[in-house]
Design a protein around this ligand. Structure first.
Ligand code: ZN
Length: 506
């Protein structure tokens, strides 16, 4: 569903070398705080060393923005509430636009820049460990001018712009601790020209006129949210609103520019409430304060599980309506958004289950059972297919969104179902999002949880399906209840499910 940001080996090495040097520069001699040291420039994810930062934890982002669709100029003030986790002489935010001023606890801070996305902030005085701090960042810039390693996460559209990417999009529109390990709540308020709308996460709290020519849209996402799941879309939209039977507000937004895709997009996304109701039966209570989806007039092909309000490219509906992609992105609200990866290597905990939810939907709709889909996946990739060399349990940054993470990943889930039986399996599926609600988890945490619920040792099974760099043998497949037939019939739902594979297209 996603486009990854490639971090070349050279910049990784440069960054790692920079750590001891900067630590020395900001050491005891540089500040009166004896034990104060700079926070690390990365949060410690080996896949993306520059992602996130060390030394503090954000609780809340308040983003007050103004965007001009004609010029792509984004101006903003970000107010960030955080708690220090060490005595800090300096700390970083991840951000790529021009910063004019930073204040920490009301006082001007010194600002320098390093790498592609590191804003280094030195407060007037060192910050003691465990203190609550307020950081105000004033900034402006054209997100479409920002390229990192020759690539941009920002979609420029004829009537505005869109931020929705994985694993990075925040650096194009707000300063953050840009890693799922540091989740926070969000208030996003955006001033746009009249006739244009600003879409973001959660509940639309108000739309207010600003002078004669502008309108301000204010959104609130009140549960912990990873920075890559924060989204902003400015453009001309048709907006539909409703409430679910349970009383949750539903808001969907469709670019006025969808042309022939409009009907199919609406026929899919207007079923969001129905799909969420079904997913609640499988995964338990919906974890957030709002539901919806939006389709901007972008040229990309993917979809993304932006929290409470997934992003869909118009191309997802090029061949007609597709509820399967809605199922996938809504399943992520439990598997990915509420329970997030601990590190990006744990991507299977998101994608294996979002893909498997599409298989369960197919089963419910009578378009092929999950077992038939598993048999088909197993049969359609011969042993020498590179598909089997990707390890869904730790695919590496280059294969993080490889199709094997999805399809082999879902095969692993089917193998679990066959091993522990339906009763324990569905108990695991429903229990996991509650066990780690609003937190982070590793693949190994899931294995342990499945063992606890089922009472069965499962390490060998997950090793075979998630970590072995080859096609599981026929006996292993038979043991996991997967068909040994060389060919399996293509389930009816296959093409719709595969349409969500545009992860690889740009
Ligand atoms: Zn996904």
């Amino acid at each position: 569903m996603h486009r990854r940001l490639i971090v070349p080996g050279a910049s990784v090495a440069a960054l790692m070398l920079a750590i001891p040097a900067s630590a020395a520069a900001g050491g005891p001699g540089a500040s009166p705080g004896k034990h104060s040291e700079p926070g690390a420039p990365g949060i410690g994810d080996p896949y993306y060393p520059a992602s996130g930062n060390g030394g503090y934890d954000v609780a809340h982002y308040d983003l007050r923005l103004k965007y001009q669709p004609k010029s792509d100029l984004l101006e903003g003030t970000a107010t960030i509430l955080a708690t220090t986790k060490q005595d800090l002489s300096r700390f970083n935010l991840d951000f790529g636009l021009d910063v004019s001023e930073v204040r920490v606890n009301g006082k001007k801070a010194r600002v320098t820049f390093s790498g592609d996305q590191e804003v280094e902030i030195t407060p007037a005085a060192p910050l003691p460990k465990g203190s609550e701090i307020t950081v105000v960042v004033k900034y402006a810039g054209k997100p479409s001018d920002l390229e990192i390693n020759g690539w941009t996460a920002w979609h420029r559209t004829p009537d505005g712009g869109v931020a929705a990417q994985e694993p990075d999009s925040a650096v194009w529109w707000f300063p953050s601790n840009d890693h799922p390990l540091d989740k926070a709540t969000y208030d996003v308020s955006v001033q746009v020209p009249n006739g244009t709308q600003a879409i973001s996460n959660g509940v639309l709290r108000s739309t207010r006129p600003v002078g004669l020519d502008w309108t301000r849209y204010s959104w609130r996402s009140d549960k912990p949210q990873a920075s890559y799941l924060a989204t902003l879309a400015v453009g001309k939209f048709d907006i539909t609103t409703d409430k679910t039977a349970g009383g949750l507000p539903v808001l969907n937004a469709y670019s006025k520019d969808l042309g022939e895709h409009e009907g199919a997009a609406k026929a899919s996304i207007e079923r969001t409430g129905e799909v969420a109701e079904w997913l609640e039966e499988v995964f338990g209570p919906y974890p957030f304060n709002a539901l919806g989806g939006y389709v901007p007039n972008v040229t990309s092909g993917y979809a993304l599980e932006t929290q409470t309000r997934p992003f869909y490219s118009p191309k997802q509906f090029a061949s007609g309506s597709n509820v399967s992609v809605v199922v996938h992105e809504l399943a992520h609200q439990w598997y990915g958004d509420s329970v997030s990866v601990d590190g990006w290597k744990d991507i299977w905990v998101n994608e294996g289950f979002a893909r498997y939810s599409q298989w369960l939907w197919s089963e419910k709709e009578g378009e092929g059972t999950a077992q038939e889909l598993a048999d088909y996946v197993y049969a359609s990739h011969p042993a020498d297919d590179p598909f089997w060399t990707v390890k869904p349990g730790d695919p590496g940054p280059e294969n993080q969104f490889d199709i094997a993470v999805y399809d082999r990943g879902a095969l692993a889930v089917q193998a679990l179902r066959n091993e522990v039986g339906g009763k324990a399996f569905f108990e695991i599926l429903k229990g996991w999002p509650t066990e780690h609600a609003y937190g982070n988890a590793k693949v190994s945490d899931f294995v342990k949880y499945a063992e606890k619920v089922s009472g069965k040792p499962l390490a060998a099974l997950f090793d075979t399906w998630l970590y072995e760099p080859g096609k599981p043998s026929a006996p292993a497949a038979a043991g996991a209840g997967v068909s040994r037939a060389a060919e399996a019939e293509q389930p009816k739902s296959w093409k719709k499910i595969a349409r969500t594979n545009t992860v690889h297209e740009h």
